[in-house]
Ligand binder design. Sequence first.
Ligand code: FES
Length: 166
Amino acid sequence: MNENKSGVSRRGFLKKVTAAIYGLLTFMIGLPLFSFFVSPAFIKSKFKWIEIGAVDDFNSDTPLEVIYNKEIIDGWNKRTVLSTAWVFKSEGKLVALSPICTHLGCTVSFDEVRDSFACPCHGGLYDREGNVIGGPPPKPLKRHEIKFEDGKFLIGEPKDRSTSVT
Ligand code: FES
């Protein structure tokens, strides 16, 4: 047998080196494949800033329904859906309210006669600031984060009302 003083044969040494090389190659090829196929499942969709028009387009105290495209990333599935926000001036500041009722997620609309947002599903009613004034909704309507860039009006993720609005 061809052994050196440490008791490791040449054949044993070559087997170990070959196994190490195979392991390294498996890791080098497997890691990118694993990342490509599995990691999207753990990616959470992020709300990006979305331009909804020029700041000057929004001068009214009466809520205006703005329709915009929102990109949703859900695992490997990427799609664009139409979404809406209610935009108006409140005490001189622009506000963008989410139209999603905080009860069970129906879409509210603005009722000019009652000067409030009404939910068609279970009679939820919100004042023009989005505060609950009737029905089962447990929380006020969410407000979008907003920002202005080069005269453009951008909305961000809708947040609970405890979040400050700029
Ligand atoms: S979903 Fe709006 S009141 Fe129930």
